[in-house]
Design a protein around this ligand. Structure first.
Ligand code: NAP
Length: 485
């Protein structure tokens, strides 16, 4: 099944922070792949901007090395590389001063092309960049700005960032990236829910016992230790990625697939989340082992009580979900790198097969990684003679198998999201009020931890997290799904 590539309009994309880690590992390789796929045309231009003294040729060398390292798959012949690099330029510029802005204006010229500004720099520079883009007359009403996470570290800082951007740009011009929303499976969640008659009638507390969302990583904090220790799992994963998955799972059907309708429904879910009782949340921090360092030694402090794991039970106070808990967990150095949403349906009201047939449940699993796909657990008769014995088997649809070789080649999240920016489609980007509402829900949880002064529970590397997290579900008569690849 060949995927259709619709070329985008000619554009100029300025990457502020064009020499940084994100540009090197994600943005430049993503653009290259879209160029090879024919979606980014030869008229497009990409301009790196940072303080480092470099010329166009130097930036092309930088991009060549980045693409060779991070887009090394065979799908795209590197014969396109020189062509792509010819679209790149560089301007030396300081976000906090006026040096370089005249040169950027000259490079951009006066054309009618789509103009996008990617703020791939720390959030403390967002306000400066937005102001200078306006002062130097670089942005028309159609210009777009792309901003990265973290979008604030609490409600107050998120509000400050929103208003710094709002002074110079309309909300319709602001694209807040959460790369989880660019994942194929996440969008498929909407397709499954709203494109099929089968699921939606069952998608409520009458039929769904509970929902589990797991984002597990097997690696530790590694080189990100210093940054991570200031944030922790709640700010780094729950407030953004996991809440976005929760919203897409729980939201009402929007009237249409458009940015306003989808984001309105997501916002309603966040606003319907009840406060979290201290007993319904567990924080953890990984220990070390003979071969692996502990969290504390990785961040270089034996006093830090930042959490590398969170599990919590959330409740959505609306007609659809009252009585169906959502169990959320995320952590580092767990048993495997595995992310999924599992919708666990209730037991059939009566078993005609008797008690010996055991308890069987339908579970719809939406796998985000690895092997993006969908699995439906159904109960069937165990084959062979020997009476009516039941067994649960998966109806498994791994996208790369079900959709043929082209599915292995689906654009990654950054490719899709950057092309959406150029197309002017904000559906998969977080709106300012959504981000603020998410902080409004998570802030009291973090504040309660800080006020209690209690240290996180420890857990063994390669485990499923602290015992208290297992107990969180056991006491409700439920259990977490196994973390496995
Ligand atoms: P980074 O490696 O530290 O790069 C920062 C970039 O900003 C460099 O190009 C730097 O170049 C430039 N810069 C710094 N100060 C500047 C100034 N005053 N004026 C102009 N340019 C300036 O950071 P990063 O990892 O690429 O991250 C960028 C942003 O994305 C951050 O907000 C980060 O939290 C977010 N993010 C990163 C990742 C990731 O995987 N790396 C993932 C998600 C989100 P000069 O020093 O030469 O100016």
């Amino acid at each position: 099944m060949a995927s259709r590539v619709i070329p985008v309009q000619p554009f100029d994309l300025v990457i502020f922070g064009g020499t940084g880690d994100l540009a090197r590992r994600k943005i430049l390789p993503a653009l290259f792949r879209r160029y090879c796929a024919g979606q980014m045309g030869a008229e497009a231009r990409v301009i790196g901007a940072a303080r480092a003294d470099m010329d166009d040729a130097g930036y092309r060398d930088f991009a060549r090395a980045a693409i060779t390292e991070f887009s090394a798959d065979s799908a795209y012949a590197h014969t396109h590389l020189d062509d792509f690099l010819a679209r790149l330029g560089y301007v030396t510029l300081d976000a906090g001063g006026d040096e370089g802005w005249g040169a950027l204006k000259k490079t951009l010229g006066e054309g009618e092309r789509i103009r996008a500004f990617y703020f791939s720099v720390g959030p403390s520079l967002f306000g400066d960049l937005a102001a200078r883009i306006e002062t130097h007359g670089l942005a028309g009403a159609d210009a777009r700005v792309v901003v990265e996470k973290p979008f604030g570290r609490d409600l107050a800082s998120a509000r400050a960032l929103n208003s710094a951007l709002a002074r110079h740009f309309d909300e319709t011009q602001i694209y807040r990236i959460d790369h989880y929303l660019g994942k194929e499976t996440v969008q498929n969640l909407m397709a499954i829910r709203f494109g099929n008659m089968l699921f939606e009638p069952l998608w409520n507390s009458q039929y769904v016992d509970h929902i589990q969302i797991t984002v597990a990583e097997s690696g530790g904090v590694g080189a990100r230790g210093e940054y991570y220790d200031k944030s922790g799992a709640m700010r780094d994963m729950v407030q953004n990625h996991i809440m976005q998955l929760l919203c897409l799972t729980a939201m009402e059907p929007p009237a249409k697939y458009d940015p306003h309708a989808v984001r309105d429904e997501k916002l309603k879910v966040i606003r319907a989340l009840g406060p979290i009782e201290p007993a319904d949340v567990v924080r953890g921090q990984y220990e070390g082992s003979e071969s692996l360092p502990s969290y504390q030694s990785e961040v270089g402090s034996d006093e830090t009580d930042t959490e590398s794991f969170v599990a919590l039970k959330a409740r959505i106070g609306n007609w659809r979900w009252a009585g169906t808990p959502f169990y959320l967990r995320t952590g580092k150095r767990l048993r495997a790198r595995a992310s999924e949403i599992a919708v666990v349906f209730k037991d059939a009201p009566h078993s005609i097969f008797g008690a010996d047939a055991g308890r069987h449940r339908n579970i719809l699993t939406i796998r985000l990684q690895p092997n993006e796909g969908i699995e439906m657990g159904v109960t069937i008769k165990e084959p062979g003679p020997g009476g009516m014995r039941l067994v649960d088997v998966p109806l498994d649809m791994t996208f790369s198998e079900a959709l043929g070789p082209d599915a292995a080649d689906v654009p990654d999240a950054y490719e899709r999201l950057i092309m959406d920016v150029i197309r002017g489609d904000q559906t998969l980007f977080m709106r300012g009020d959504e981000v603020e509402a998410a902080w409004e829900w998570t802030d009291p949880i973090i504040e309660a931890w800080e006020a209690s002064g209690t240290a996180p529970c420890t857990y063994a590397p390669g485990s499923a997290g602290p015992d208290d997290a297992l107990a969180l579900m056991h006491r409700d008569g439920r259990r977490w799904r196994e973390i496995r690849t």
